[in-house]
Structures are given as structure tokens and as C-alpha cells.
Ligand binder design. Structure first.
Ligand SMILES: [Zn+2]
Length: 321
């Protein structure tokens, strides 16, 4: 058990082996190893093998060809024992959309791979929140999904418009026309808990599950420090001014490719003015009330986010004193 037990996507076991990315023959030798494995993504969703023990995200590389080849393949790195792991983006037509009536919702749509009842497509949020695969493997899926989502949408040069090719074992796109190199994006998001003594500031977005309150969050803007973004987002969303900002921990958030930067902020004012465009509500909560929300025993049924989200750990850390 660590302090961040249950946090999703944050326990990548790989040596990313970035020194091998420019060496095509070394990558080819890794690909030929019998212990090489691949993480499959199709239409932004992981493809998992159904094993006797549960769902299996790491599959033999032969599956790539069996499923019609890949649009993009990338070397993710090597597992602690040395086995190489690749990520492959299957062609969109490897997958079809079907209606699924299995849980009573007649018009629910699911993605399936025709003729392959031994494979299952599951969205990555459900995999992490449901603990459907071990944490380290959830991290592999997150890396693969974020990287391949970038490839899937960046086929053309943003400088000149020409079609780009793939370099650096899947970690770069290169323009044959203007020569520009393009690298996978990570979008930083600040997520922060404003505190004042025994109170903390929580808000809820309309899309949250009923009764759930969380830490405020927002995208970092060009030219901002993390500290400035934390203060600006809290002020914009709640009207509360903050001073000192302290870093807590971070979490990859592959929807599509963010990094959540968790912080605490010292509030310097109390009056809350909710930004109704961003939030349904925001208010101060006392420490005892927050503990009840974390432990799912709040008298009004209010709750905090689940452990797969960094907001849970920010709030829990503060609530524990
Ligand atoms: Zn170009």
C-alpha cells in the first residue's frame, strides 16, 4: 500500500528505452523476440484478451497481423524482465459497432471485433475504475491510448499541410515536405484543493455523478506557471483568492492526453461566487464532513471522487490532516 493506492494510470513499469528509438534494426530485433508483446488500441479503445484469470492487455505481436495490420506501431519500452512492449493502432475497419442488450439497455452501442469472441473492447475509464486489469498494465494502456490518439489525429503537418510519416519508433511524426518534426502532446491540467484551516473548497460540474463534489481543475495556459494557473482557476471558478501553492502529486490522464498536476492552495478569502458556466455548485466543506464523504457515510449522500482519480488522494491527504 502506498499513499496513492488505487490511483489510475500512474504506475508505469516500463523502461521506455528511448535510446533505442532511432535504431530501426534494434527495434526490429526486439519485435522478433518471442516474449515481445503488444497493447492493441482501436478507435481510442483498448482491445483486451479474455483469459481464464480475467482480461489480458498484453498480447502476442502476431495478433496485429491477425487483425488486419496496424495504422501505427510504437515501441512503448521494456518490462522489468526485458520483454519488449509495443503499442499498435488497429485499422478502424477491424472493429464494428453493435447494439448490446446484455444489461437491459436496448440501444447501447459497443465496439466488437467480428469473429473474435476471445477479445473484448472496454473503455479505459471502466478498466481503471473497475480494477479490470492490474495497475501497472492500466498504465501501459494509458501510454498506448494517449500516444496513438495523437497519431490518429495528426496525420498532416500543422506547418504546411502535407501528409506526415512516422519516426523514432512511433514517438515522432516527420514532414517530408517542410522537414518539420512533430512530437506527441501532453496537455497539463492543474487540479487543486483550496484550503483554509479546517475547511476546503470543493465544487461539482453538472456531469458529475449525483452528490459528488471534487477539487477544482483547469487547463494550464501558455506562459503560465503551475502556481499562477492554480490561483487563476480557483479565482475564476469560485471567486476565492489564494496565496501559497504546494505541489502534491501528478497523474497521467489519457482522455485524450493530459497530465493532472495535483496541488494544495492556501485560501486568502472565503466568499464563494460560483462560475455557473463551469460549475453547478462550489462551497466550503469542514474536515469532518469531507471524511464522511470519503467514507461514503455522509448524511445527505454527498461523496468524493473514487481512488482512481488524483482528486480523491488530494482530498484524502488533507482530510487526514
Ligand atoms: Zn510540413
Amino acid at each position: 500500500m502506498t499513499a496513492l493506492d488505487g490511483l489510475g494510470y500512474a504506475f508505469d513499469p516500463l523502461d521506455r528505452a528511448s535510446y533505442l528509438r532511432e535504431d530501426a534494426s534494434a527495434v526490429a530485433r526486439l519485435r522478433a523476440r518471442p516474449d515481445a508483446r503488444v497493447v492493441l488500441i482501436a478507435r481510442d479503445m483498448p482491445v483486451l484478451g479474455k483469459a481464464a484469470t480475467g482480461l489480458e492487455p498484453l498480447m502476442p505481436l502476431a495478433e496485429v497481423e491477425a487483425l488486419g495490420g496496424a495504422r501505427v506501431e510504437a515501441l512503448l519500452g521494456r518490462l522489468p524482465g526485458g520483454a519488449p512492449v509495443f503499442a499498435a493502432l488497429l485499422n478502424d475497419d477491424a472493429v464494428v459497432e453493435q447494439s448490446d442488450a446484455s444489461d437491459g439497455f436496448l440501444d447501447r452501442r459497443v465496439l466488437v471485433i467480428p469473429g473474435r469472441n476471445d477479445l473484448k473492447m472496454v473503455d479505459l475509464r471502466s478498466i481503471a475504475s473497475g480494477g479490470l486489469v492490474p495497475p501497472a498494465e492500466t498504465s501501459l494502456l494509458a501510454s498506448a491510448k494517449a500516444l496513438l490518439a495523437w497519431h490518429a489525429r495528426r496525420g498532416f503537418c500543422s506547418n504546411c499541410g502535407a501528409r506526415t510519416g512516422i519516426g523514432a519508433a512511433g514517438w515522432r511524426r516527420e514532414c517530408p515536405n517542410c522537414g518539420m518534426h512533430h512530437f506527441p502532446r501532453t496537455d497539463p491540467v492543474v487540479i487543486m484543493l483550496a484550503t483554509d484551516g479546517d475547511s476546503c473548497l470543493l465544487g461539482r460540474q453538472p456531469r458529475f455523478p449525483k452528490g459528488m463534489y471534487s477539487a477544482l481543475a483547469g487547463f494550464l495556459e501558455p506562459g503560465e506557471t503551475i502556481e499562477q494557473a492554480v490561483r487563476r482557476e480557483i479565482l475564476e471558478e469560485s471567486g476565492v483568492a489564494c496565496g501559497a501553492v504546494r505541489y502534491f502529486a501528478s497523474q497521467p490522464w489519457p482522455f485524450p492526453s493530459s497530465l493532472m498536476i495535483g496541488c494544495f492552495a492556501q485560501a486568502e478569502s472565503r466568499r464563494v461566487t460560483v462560475d455557473r458556466i463551469e460549475l453547478e455548485d462550489a462551497r466550503w466543506f469542514e474536515r469532518d464532513e469531507v471524511r464522511a464523504m470519503l467514507e461514503k457515510r455522509h448524511p445527505e449522500g454527498l461523496s468524493a471522487p473514487v481512488p482512481m482519480a488524483i482528486a480523491h488522494h488530494l482530498i484524502k491527504s488533507w482530510a487526514g490532516g
